[in-house]
Design a protein around this ligand. Structure first.
Ligand code: BES
Ligand code: ZN
Length: 700
């Protein structure tokens, strides 16, 4: 493939790359500023290594990614490390842009090296440097950021350059930091298509009164809305001022400092000084990676749940949300009992509009949640337990790169079930473990999912050149959690809990890799404790590098689900009438297990019987409905089609969308139906859901 002239890297940037690759200090960047090209015009494929233009060895973007410590970030934190970020944004709902500054306080480990930042579709308007008197860190951070942003004096222009754009990874910004400077300011704007932001019309919100903006940065979308070292191995403190139209409230995953009063200067004054806007201030005094910076702006109300917990939501759902999540405070207390003090002050949650592509996102101090958890009966709160658990596994101790996602997600699923066990009892935890394992086994064997991708079945993944969104699966979650269960069984709960506690304290506010885990197990478990009688030492290599599940992997079991399975078989075989099924006290997990245990011969007629007895098409529980609609798609159960269409249009949670669309694509009529619905629904979906569904539905 020919790379257009406009996006060929300059010799200077290439030289920076080559010098950096050899481990020599890079020379200062001399090139003139250049704006980042429009994304569509310079698509460079990831894969064609035979073409000299895209061979990683000849491709500065790929070479830079390969040379650094994280294959998904251009940054070189071993040379220059961002210690604190001061952010200043004006939110423009009409233009769908954030404009403002990012002030980065840097530690120059190699004083001659340039600062290399990640970016994707940012319009950079200017880059400046200055020497400031400030020590980064929890106490210096807030003052420094707020002052530096609002003070335009003393900045000198820096030379900088945007490198080659890659559709998955964006483009590096290489900045020649002026001599002696330790702060860099970038004046910039986002574009409406920024993948890390979703701008919603009022119609797409619960109250339908006001537009909405929210961010979702994991894994590598932070770079689309702020220039940053977008690697989970780099942590910074940060603070922000966010200017929004007066009717809106801004929240961030940070300590909320309230509104900014008094005189505003510079760009802020122009935007905010006329009484039509409000400026909200935030500070994150603990060091966090860029993927945990999060923002939402909308018509938002707050309701207290407990002394350290609250919900934020649209005014029309805030009461329901506070009731649904009433156990949050107890979960927080139990989590601390298990694995040590909570490090983040408050634990609040924000209920987003239904377009949010995930169940939850563990943004520190402010978990983001899908409204599909609002079932009315608190039955889906394990997502809260999960996101809360990330306050330890993920946010406090973070995977160093995305190939080690299991260190975030596997630990978190394990921890989540321990919280569920504490609050709702061992049976509920066991039920959720059985459901989780069954989903994993299904995914591992399904050729449409992980079945034909053994390399994605490993816990430690080699994601060089792979967009982490494309590698997403249940493997890091459930296989990771099963490995921890295997260790718990081998060494006993008291020993394993002490091990986990030590893991969190040893690595607090740091990042970890799979080899770190292997070493830690070697020292803290294998080296110090015998396995319990009758147990074998789990073979870490088989778990970590092998496909599928190793022999002897834990087999969670839950008696109530055995009974459910029995009834499913009997109903499927025509030996049990629908109304005789003992579903009276079933939770959504019983229902899921029942529906998944029906024989494949169950068709539309038997679905009709179930529907008549239990009104499943009308279910207000998103888990039950999601499973039911998938079945309806697979078995062409037409009475559910209107509900299916409205669900697919309203809800953007990828976990529900993918199976339903995939089931539809199995027949020619279904394929047409899927594409017709997708054409209507796609504009309302988040970029992450769109990317997944595009590859499922759009012929390449
Ligand atoms: N951190 C994840 C969401 C995520 C993972 C976003 C990878 C981007 C890349 C979050 O904690 C999560 O796992 N959410 C789950 C819910 C959970 C109960 C399994 C989800 O959204 O379904
Ligand atoms: Zn998670």
């Amino acid at each position: 493939m020919r790379v257009p002239e406009s996006c060929r890297p300059s010799l200077v940037l290439a030289f920076v790359v080559l010098a950096a690759c050899k481990g020599e200090p890079a020379p200062p960047v001399q090139a003139q500023p250049k704006t980042q090209p429009e994304p569509t015009e310079q698509a460079v494929t990831n894969t064609d290594a035979t073409d000299p233009a895209t061979d990683p060895a000849n491709d500065p973007a790929k070479s830079m990614l390969a040379a650094g410590p994280d294959p998904h970030s251009y940054s070189r934190p071993e040379n220059v490390r961002v210690a604190h970020v001061g952010l200043n944004w004006v939110v423009d709902f009409d233009a769908q842009t954030l404009t403002g500054d990012a002030v980065l306080l840097v530690e120059r480990l190699d004083p001659r090296a340039p600062l290399i930042l990640d970016s994707r579709d940012l319009d950079i308007k200017g880059v400046y440097g200055m020497k400031v008197d400030a020590t980064p860190g929890p106490l210096g951070a807030p003052e420094l950021g707020l002052d530096a942003i609002r003070n335009d004096e003393g900045w000198v222009e820096a030379s900088w350059e945007v490198g080659l754009y890659d559709p998955s990874f964006g483009a590096p910004i290489a900045i020649d930091i002026p001599e002696g400077a330790n702060a860099v300011k970038l004046r910039y704007a986002t574009r409406p298509g920024a993948t890390g932001l979703q701008w919603l019309e009022a119609q797409q919100t619960a109250g339908k009164q006001a537009s909405y903006l929210y961010s979702q940065s994991q894994a590598i979308h932070a770079r689309s809305w702020m220039p940053c070292q977008d690697s989970p191995g780099v942590r910074s403190t940060w603070d922000a001022v966010v200017v929004v139209p007066r009717r809106y409230t801004a929240v961030m995953a940070a300590e909320q400092l309230g509104e900014l009063e008094g005189e505003l200067e510079g760009e802020l004054e122009a935007e905010a000084g006329d009484g039509t806007t409000r400026a909200f201030r935030f500070v994150m005094p603990q060091k966090v990676p860029a993927y945990l910076v999060a923002l939402a702006v909308g018509d938002l109300e707050r309701r207290e749940v407990g002394p350290r917990t609250a919900v934020w939501a649209d005014p029309t759902v805030v009461a329901a949300a506070a009731n649904e999540f009433a156990d949050m405070e107890a979960m927080l207390t139990e989590a601390e009992q298990l694995y040590g003090d909570y490090a983040w002050g408050r634990y609040d949650v924000l209920v987003l509009p239904p377009a949010f592509p995930f169940g939850g996102m563990e943004n520190p101090r402010l978990t983001f949640l899908t409204p599909t958890l609002l079932a009315g009966d608190r039955s889906l709160v394990s997502v809260i337990a999960h996101e809360l658990a990330h306050s330890w596994s993920g946010n406090l101790v973070t995977n160093k790169t995305w190939g080690d996602l299991w260190l975030n997600e596997g630990f978190t699923v394990y921890f989540e079930r321990r919280i569920i066990e504490q609050i709702y009892g061992p049976e509920r935890a066991a039920i959720e473990a059985v459901i989780g394992k069954r989903e994993l086994v299904e995914e591992l064997s399904d050729p449409d999912q992980m079945g034909d991708k053994p390399e994605f079945q490993r816990l430690a993944q080699d994601l060089r050149g792979v967009d982490p969104d494309q590698a997403f699966s249940g493997v890091p979650y459930e296989k990771g959690a099963l490995l921890l269960v295997a260790l718990e069984h081998a060494y006993g709960r008291p020993v394993f809990d002490a091990f986990l506690r030590k893991w969190f304290t040893t690595h607090a506010f740091g990042s970890v890799s799979t080899p770190d885990f292997i070493d830690f197990v070697g020292i803290e478990l294998v080296g110090k404790h015998p396995v319990l009688d009758g147990q074998r030492t789990p073979q870490l290599a088989a778990w970590i590098d092998g496909a599928g599940l190793p022999d002897g992997a834990p087999e969670p079991s839950a008696e109530p689900l055995d009974l459910v399975q029995d009834e499913a078989k009997k109903f499927g075989a025509g030996e049990l009438e629908a109304k005789a099924i003992s579903a009276k006290n079933w939770t959504p997990w019983h229902w899921l297990h029942f529906l998944r245990s029906l024989p494949t011969t169950v068709g539309a007629a038997q679905m009709g019987e179930l529907d008549q007895a239990f009104e499943l098409t009308k279910s207000s529980n998103a888990e039950i409905l999601g499973e039911w609609l998938e079945m309806a798609a697979r078995h062409r159960y037409e009475p559910a089609y209107p509900r299916m269409e409205s669900f697919l249009i309203e809800v953007g949670r990828r976990k529900f969308l993918t199976p339903i669309y995939r089931a539809l694509t199995q027949t020619p009529e279904g394929w047409k139906q899927a594409n017709a619905i997708y054409a209507k629904a796609r504009p309302g979906y988040h970029a992450i859901s769109r990317t997944t569904l595009d590859s499922l539905l759009r012929t390449p």
